[in-house]
Design a protein around this ligand. Structure first.
Ligand code: CTP
Length: 408
């Protein structure tokens, strides 16, 4: 599956900070994600790590200061800078930040940064006092105003023994930031997409809830796929234990009513809505204010309907003309296509993703899914068994096409 990393040229600058050891993990993750990673180590970085470390994880030559002074060195590195899609400096030391702020080009990395026209991402790492120093703060402000993307530093234990801001943001999180930047400018750029995910929970009393088996994986993958195409994404999620993709605007909800209110609140700006959430259809009519006690006997719980969010969206669309594209999911245990088609029409959807929840390799907590896409114009597209990420990419590719048609 192609992600925004595929075949992108990334220059990864590594400067003199103890966090340089974590930079190898970042370079490895970038390379594994499909990017072509060229590492440039400063002289100070070589005190902490070696070029071999980076060559081993990227499969490409890592550059050091001596390369600048080779016969073709200077020209070669200007070329490297020109073809880059992103320059990330992680860790970025106070010294390198100062050089960048002043436009110095006194080593291979600062020279490359000056020649590069691609986005510049900086992950500062230094001691707390150096970070807090007005000179560093002013340099960071200069760089920010110039369009550099600053990620971190994070707070925590520092090598000096101090605790505070100064730690390099962890490689996995940096990877998320890189993915977000590389996705920008995709076919959904400038589009606002709302995604719902996870299951809702309906309280019985202050302790207990009626919940469902949704893991949220499919919805979170949809949010990531929308970001990958450059969309601005709001992810309205029930309680799940998943990391929110970097770049997403998260909205946490618990009940179907809260999800309804959050979705309708976002609609006036939305271009597309993808309802991947497993919304409770029923809720206790009157949740107990205090914990239900065993001694009081087995409680009788009366249920009532929750609002049907997609139906409310269809009504709102009649007034607002938004969202242009509405996508639902149908989790069915029998008569998959018939039931999903009925929902497609009933909820006035443009596309429904029909999902057979009886299959053991698909559905709620599995990492794979086997779905059929049903379109409002009668189109039917069965997809093979694939990862939830691949399903998400396929769904968002169709959403992108539908949005294009709608605005043609
Ligand atoms: N949905 C919704 N509001 C609800 C229930 C579901 O918007 N109160 C959305 C889901 O997010 C999904 C679609 O409707 O995109 C279909 O959900 P599903 O549970 O399959 O269908 P229901 O309409 O709830 O019907 P049933 O449970 O009877 O199959």
């Amino acid at each position: 599956m192609d992600t925004p990393f595929q075949d992108k040229h990334i220059i990864h600058g590594v400067t003199g900070s103890i966090a340089a050891y974590k930079a190898a993990d970042l370079a490895s993750k970038l390379a594994q994600a499909g990017a072509q990673v060229e590492v440039i180590l400063t002289q100070a970085a070589l005190q902490f790590v070696t070029p071999l470390t980076f060559q081993s994880v990227t499969g490409r030559r890592a550059y050091v200061e001596a390369d600048l002074w080779g016969s073709e060195g200077h020209v070669q590195h200007i070329g490297l800078a020109h073809q880059a899609d992103l320059l990330i400096i992680a860790p970025a030391s106070a010294n390198t930040l100062a050089k960048l702020a002043y436009g110095l080009a006194d080593n291979l990395l600062s020279l490359t940064a000056l020649a590069a026209q691609c986005p510049l991402m900086l992950a500062p790492a230094m001691d707390g006092g150096m970070y807090a120093h007005p000179a560093t703060q002013a340099n960071l402000e200069t760089l920010r105003q110039r369009g550099a993307i600053l990620v971190g530093p994070a707070e925590g234990h520092l090598a000096s023994g101090l605790v505070g801001p100064g730690r390099m943001v962890e490689p996995l999180e940096l990877l998320g930031h890189v993915r977000w930047v590389l996705g920008k400018g995709g076919p959904l750029s400038g589009r606002k997409v709302i995604v719902t995910a996870g299951g809702t929970q309906e309280p019985l009393d202050p302790v207990r809830v009626i919940a469902n088996r949704s893991s949220g994986k499919q919805g979170y993958a949809i949010a990531q796929a929308a970001l990958d195409l450059g969309a601005q994404v709001t992810l309205i999620s029930g309680p799940v234990s998943l990391a929110v993709p970097v770049g997403v605007q998260p909205v946490e909800v618990q009940t179907a009513q809260q999800m309804h209110d959050a979705v309708l609140g976002c609609l006036p700006q939305a271009d597309a809505l993808v309802m991947a959430a497993a919304v409770a259809d029923f809720r206790p009519m009157s949740p107990a204010e205090n914990k239900l006690k065993k001694e009081s006997g087995v409680p009788e719980i009366r249920l009532e309907h929750t609002p049907d969010i997609l139906k409310a969206v269809a009504q709102a669309k009649a007034r607002l003309g938004r969202p242009s594209v509405t996508v639902g999911f149908a989790a069915e245990s029998q008569d998959l296509i018939d039931n999903a088609t009925a929902k497609l029409h009933d909820k006035k959807l443009d596309l429904i993703v029909a999902n057979d929840i009886r299959a053991t390799d698909a559905g709620f907590s599995a990492d794979t899914n086997r779905v059929t896409l049903l379109f409002a114009d009668g189109g039917v597209e069965p997809l093979d068994l694939m990862s939830k990420e691949q399903v998400a990419a396929s769904v968002m590719a169709r959403v992108s096409e539908l949005l294009q048609k709608a605005s043609a």
